[in-house]
Every structure is written in C-alpha cells, then in structure tokens.
Design a protein around this ligand. Structure first.
Ligand code: ADP
Ligand code: GLC
Length: 474
C-alpha cells in the first residue's frame, strides 16, 4: 500500500507535541510492515530543517484567493528517517521558526494543503490512500472531492485522524475565497455554526475518521468542543486506534540521552544513575521519590493546577518528595512554577523550555510521572514513562484511562485520579509516596511496566486493517 500522511508536525523535523511523534512513527512503521509510508510537512525554520540537507524536487505556482503563490517541494537526502519526508516550502508563509501561533495560521495551512494536493497530482504520485492529521490538514478531504482542480484525486480514499478535537481551525467565512475553486452550493460541507470549521469538514468528508484511543472516541460524542452532534451523525465511520510508541527512538537499552542505559533485568540498579544525574543537575534529594511533569503548560494538561497542588502537597504531606517540571506554554503558569523555586528545600525545580534530551533523561530518572490532564486523547508521556520504568500518576481520562491500570486493580501498575483537581492530585501523590515506601512492590512494578508492549509494531496493524477495510489491497 502507498500511503501519504499530511500533517503540521512530524518528528524529528518539526515537533511541538505528540502529533509529531505519531506522524513520523506511523510512516516509519508502515514501511517496516512492508508498505510505503510517506509524509508531507511544511518547510518551517526549525533547527532540524535548517541543519539538514534537502533536495529540491519540484516547483510550481498555485492559486490562493485572487492571488497566487510559489511553492517548492524538498526531500530528505539522508535516508536516515526510515520514511520519505517531503517538505512544502512557501516563502513568507511557512518558513518561520514556530509551527503554530501566528495570526495568519488559517492562510498558512490552506496554502500548505493546496500545495500538497497540487504536487501529489502534478507529480502523479497516485497514492492508494491519504491520511490527514488534525485540523491543519482536515480541509483536504473536502478539497479533493470538491475543488475543480483536484478532481484527479476524487476517488482517492482519505482518512482523517484526530489527535486533538479541542482545536478545530475555525475561521471566518470570508476566508472561503482562499480555497481553490469549488461549487458554492456545497458550502454546507465547510460550515459549522456559521464559520468554516476545517475539523468538522474533515469529519464530514473523510471516508473514515480515527482518533488516538477508544476512551477519547467515546468522550468526543459527549464532549467535543461543539462537535458532539456531528460525531453522533458520523459515528458509523469513526473508530479509536490507540497510538503506539517508536521503540527504536524510545529504547532505554540504547538511549544516548541517558547517563546509564538499562533494561527490565537491571532496572533496579541502573535506573538510579539517571535519577542521580537529575538530582545533581537540579538540586534535588535523591533519597526522596522524584515526580516529574513533562509537557505543554496549558489547561488541557491541568498544568494550571500544579503550582497550588505542589504547595498544598508540601504543606499537607510534608517535604517527602521532589518535583521536577519540564515544559513551556502559558506565561502565567510558567511564572508561577518558576516562582516556587525560591521556596525549594532541595526538592523542587523547573526547566521552562523545550528539551528533547532532558525529557528522555527525565523519563528514565523519575520514579513517577504526573499527568493530571483534563483532556488526553492518547498521551504518549505515560507510554514512554512505562517503557523507562517510571510509574504513571494520571487522571482517568481518554487514552490515560485506556493505558494505565490502578494499583488497586489486579496487576495494576499506576495511580489514577478520578478527576483533574488539586485534591485528587495531592491524594495521588500521597498514594505514590506510600507505594514508594514499599520497595519490593516498586521494584516488581518497574520490571512489569518495562515489559508492557505499547509499541507501533503492534498498533500499526490496526491502521493497516482500517486501510484495507477501504478496499486497498497489498
Ligand atoms: P501532547 O501531544 O498533547 O502535547 P503527548 O503526551 O501526546 O501530549 O506528547 C507530548 C510529547 O511532547 C512527548 O514526546 C513529550 O516528551 C514531548 N514534550 C512535551 N513538552 C516537552 C518539552 N518541554 N521538552 C521536551 N519534550 C516535550
Ligand atoms: C495530541 C493529544 C495527545 C496525543 C497526541 C498524539 O496532541 O493531545 O493526547 O497523544 O496528539 O496523538
């Protein structure tokens, strides 16, 4: 099967969060399973894209409203990614340092989608299927079925994968002129509540819609930021496929970012070296349990609850644990978390920013990973943590519900809170500290979780079956 993935993020070229990890891994593991997986991504000015060699393979002009834009397609020359990566270069629109967050994001991503489809047609790539991801690529199902210039792809099956239904790319109707020529009586396929809603349009027009866990799929029907009715209508074509992790990149036995690599066999002894490095670097006490938080500092992750929860935890439980935070996001949350450093007694620290290597070391060196997320479509952090012998402490939602079993259950290995609140966070920290005191159980759980299989090697088969259900052979 020849599958093209189109997305706004793809590891290692451009990653803001889990979307990047998943898109890169999907293409790579499709190839490993004997298929042909490719990715089309905007050519941003990220470090990876600047520091690597790219070869120009195509150039053209496409329409955007009353004007036109030039675009070029570049490809990776190193062959080291395990899949073919194609970058769409649109000077002035896509060649920026950040992936998102610009006022003209609607224009940027419409132009990106237009160029991607234009190139697929002009270069006669003839994929068996196109898999688009999240709202930045979700106009493509509409475009290939309705834009006059894209009729060559009209019969191509297209799957939309929703990584996060909170963000829908909603834009004013005045933007409709930027979409390449289509019959205006079809406006209902773009509209949701008086706006152009790319995610809603994708859900309507895609042949199949997937999301990244079954738990999240069930939630979307009742809580999807205004799309509940649409999910009810299109429910028959929706399914949940749990993400996997790339066990080649995330491998504690070979990970270059660790002070000491380890396996389930020697985790009891060797994992501690990584904790020591973290404790030395961040002034923490190695004798106390280490809780880490890694991720975007936003409300979805309940990061706003962290500062007060830490203060209350120290107050109510005592200074029996360390907290180490790696993340960036809303300025107020960053500031509050940073401010707490002044009160640290060798038990609290933060790294505000993005640091891939540090994240690996933290998954390896921590005892517990905190994920009180209000919304978590899948969550990769808990899966990486499990593989590195770190116990997840999570809110019981979405993919966290599906992948973590509470220690009170048979064969349980994590701690679950029943909602995202300060009280539940503190209670879970308390339960984790009690678990930490039971050395035998801790060691047994570390070994157990390192052997769990949440790999793409397993999950990729669910994507392959879905593609095959659309009549694609081979
Ligand atoms: P989301 O995609 O919602 O942010 P996920 O759990 O799916 O959440 O994936 C988050 C990914 O981003 C993980 O690979 C995590 O390690 C990484 N990550 C998030 N914040 C940072 C950061 N500040 N530094 C390094 N890696 C980060
Ligand atoms: C999104 C979700 C996250 C998921 C990731 C990859 O960013 O917030 O839960 O793991 O996509 O699918």
């Amino acid at each position: 099967m020849q599958i093209i993935h189109i997305a706004a993020e793809c590891y290692p070229a451009a990653k803001v969060g889990g979307l990047g990890d998943v898109v890169g891994a999907l293409a790579k593991y499709l190839n490993l399973a004997g298929h042909h997986g490719r990715v089309i991504l905007p050519k941003y000015h990220t470090k990876y894209i600047i520091n690597n060699e790219w070869q120009e393979i195509f150039a053209n002009t496409a329409l955007l409203g009353v004007g036109a834009f030039d675009y070029k397609i570049y490809t990776d020359t190193s062959n080291k990614l395990g899949y073919e990566l194609y970058l769409v270069d649109i000077p002035g629109l896509l060649n920026r340092e950040q992936v998102y967050g610009y006022e003209d994001d609607s224009t940027r991503f419409i132009a990106f989608q237009t160029a991607a489809i234009d190139w697929i047609i002009k270069a006669e790539l003839a994929p068996d299927l196109i898999n688009v991801h999240d709202h930045h690529a979700a106009l493509i199902p509409f475009m290939i079925q309705n834009c006059h210039d894209f009729m060559a792809l009209k019969e191509c099956p297209v799957v939309l994968t929703i990584h996060n239904g909170q963000y829908q790319g909603t834009m004013e109707w005045s933007n409709n002129v930027m979409i390449p020529k289509w019959d205006s009586w079809k406006w209902g396929l773009l509209d949701w509540n008086g706006f152009i809603n790319p995610l809603a349009s994708g859900i309507r027009c895609a042949w199949k819609v997937t999301t990244v866990s079954n738990g999240y799929l069930q939630e979307l029907r009742f809580q999807s930021n205004g799309l509940e009715k649409l999910f009810e209508l299109e429910w028959h074509k929706c399914s949940g496929i749990l993400n996997g992790i790339d066990t080649i990149v995330w491998n504690p036995e070979e990970d270059q970012a660790l002070t000491k690599t380890f396996s389930a066999k020697n985790v009891s002894k060797e994992k501690l070296h990584n904790k020591k490095t973290l404790c030395d670097q961040f002034n923490l006490d190695i004798n106390k349990p280490l809780f880490v938080f890694i991720g975007r500092l936003v409300g979805e992750k309940a990061a706003d609850l962290l500062p007060q929860s830490f203060i209350n935890a120290f107050h109510k439980i005592g200074r029996k644990m360390n907290f180490l935070i790696l993340g960036s996001g809303q300025t107020e949350i960053e500031n509050e978390l940073n401010y707490l450093k002044f009160f640290s007694q060798n038990d609290y620290n933060t790294y505000i920013g993005y640091n891939e290597d540090l994240s690996h070391l933290m998954y390896a060196g921590a005892d517990f990973i905190l994920m009180p997320s209000r919304v978590e479509p899948c969550g990769l952090n808990q899966l990486y943590a499990l593989r590195y012998g770190t116990i997840p402490v999570v809110n019981n939602t979405g993919g966290l519900h599906d992948t973590v079993v509470d220690i009170s259950e048979p064969n349980g290995y994590g701690i679950k809170m029943s909602n995202a609140s300060e009280n539940e966070i503190i209670l879970s920290i308390y339960r984790a500290i009690e678990l930490y005191a039971d050395n035998t159980r801790m060691e047994q759980i570390k070994k157990q979780i390192m052997k769990l299989d949440y790999s793409w090697t397993k999950s990729i088969n669910n994507y392959i079956s879905l593609y095959q259900s659309l009549g694609i052979k081979n």
